[in-house]
Design a protein around this ligand. Structure first.
Ligand code: NAD
Length: 332
């Protein structure tokens, strides 16, 4: 084995380990910035040496396989991750790639959304009734958490309106409001119990409980941000923004911070304004998700292994340093 192959193998083992701790145990052992650094190193090596890419590499996969405490759910449409832009320059390059692929110099219309720091869930409604809730898992197979999502007040058990599809899958983020997170950790400290590392881990740990009465006490919330499978005979809007409006008419909550902008400049201005508002929001966000608005253009752009080509997560600079993790126990 060459030195490079050894490094690739080592990175894969380490990242698989971190993924298991983060996604299955909800108990990360390193800050996100460290995980991201190693993942980028692996991506860089693989992009320079495509012969080293393997389908089981962490760069090609989403999340981790579900925990065996839950029943498995197979996603009819895979639940993917998002590519990241770590700087304004990377966002500009993303926009350029989109324009090049679409063979245009016109300004692309984007929907800018806060990147909620929780966990992705899929909600299946049949004849207007919530029949199943699932985690993303490894993107193909998630966990059946129906009883747990039923305890979240923001998630309607029945869709509103007369014009609802026979079958619709709503996707969105379950998160823990900052105030709930703070009081939960305060309570844990008073009782000398373990505290959570951050609202994301608190939300994941609370939602993936085998006892739904614990989830119910954790006051989780939810924002919808897309649709999965929808019955063929239902007339869907042809832009992402208007689909979010349709989701609202079904009685599901959608963030009021979502905006329609033009081009990379519009995305950067939104990123700047939301980062100024970040501390005053009642929930944690770790960046902005920019999505091409036209569904036709989304379809033309398609997907790569683990993420769509029509969306990017423009992250805020990493806040989480190791010093914040030292001395803090995590609770699942
Ligand atoms: P991601 O969190 O970077 O982006 C994808 C996710 O964004 C989606 O699955 C969805 O849950 C979420 N999201 C929030 N708002 C959204 C919106 N408006 N529209 C669409 N999606 C939205 O990707 P990921 O693959 O879930 O996780 C990667 C992150 O997890 C990185 O930040 C990484 O550092 C962290 N991580 C850390 C460790 C560790 O050990 N510390 C291990 C694994 C992953």
């Amino acid at each position: 084995m060459s030195e490079l192959e050894k490094r690739v193998a080592e990175l894969r083992v380490t990242l698989d380990n971190y993924n298991h701790q983060y996604y299955v145990l909800d108990d990360p052992s390193v800050p996100d910035a460290e995980y991201d650094r190693l993942l980028r190193e692996l991506q860089q090596i693989e992009s320079e040496h495509p012969e080293l890419i393997s389908s089981d590499s962490p760069t090609q996969r989403v999340g981790a396989k579900p925990d065996n405490g839950f029943q498995e759910v197979t996603h009819e449409l895979p639940m993917l991750s998002l590519d990241n832009a770590m700087s304004d320059d990377e966002l500009v390059s993303f926009n350029k790639r989109v324009q090049d692929r679409l063979n245009t110099t016109e300004n692309i219309e984007y929907v800018c959304e806060p990147k909620l720091d929780g966990l992705a869930v899929s909600l299946l409604y049949e004849n207007g009734q919530l029949v199943r809730g699932a985690t993303r898992g490894d993107g193909t197979t998630g966990e059946n958490i129906t009883l747990n999502v039923r305890t979240i007040r923001a998630i309607p058990l029945k869709l509103r309106g007369t014009e609802t599809p026979e079958r619709i899958e709503i996707r969105g983020e379950v998160f823990m409001p900052k105030a709930v997170f703070e009081s939960l950790n305060e309570e844990a400290r008073e009782q000398g119990a373990k505290s959570f590392a951050n609202p994301r881990n608190a939300a994941a740990g609370s939602l993936r409980q085998l006892d739904p009465s614990i989830t119910a006490k954790r006051q989780l919330s939810f924002y919808a941000y897309s649709m999965g499978l929808v019955s063929d005979d239902f007339k869907l809007a042809n832009t992402h923004f208007d689909r979010l409006e349709q989701i609202k008419t079904f009685g599901l909550p959608v963030s009021s911070e979502i905006k329609l902008v033009k081009g990379a400049e519009g995305c950067l201005a939104y990123h700047q304004s939301i980062s100024e508002k970040r501390d005053s929001l009642g929930y944690e966000i770790d960046g902005v998700v920019n999505k091409v608005n036209s569904i036709e253009l989304q379809e033309e752009l398609g997907f790569v292994a683990r993420a769509p080509r029509w969306a990017i997560a423009h992250k805020f600079p990493a806040q989480e340093e190791m010093t914040q993790l030292i001395g803090v126990d995590f609770q699942v």
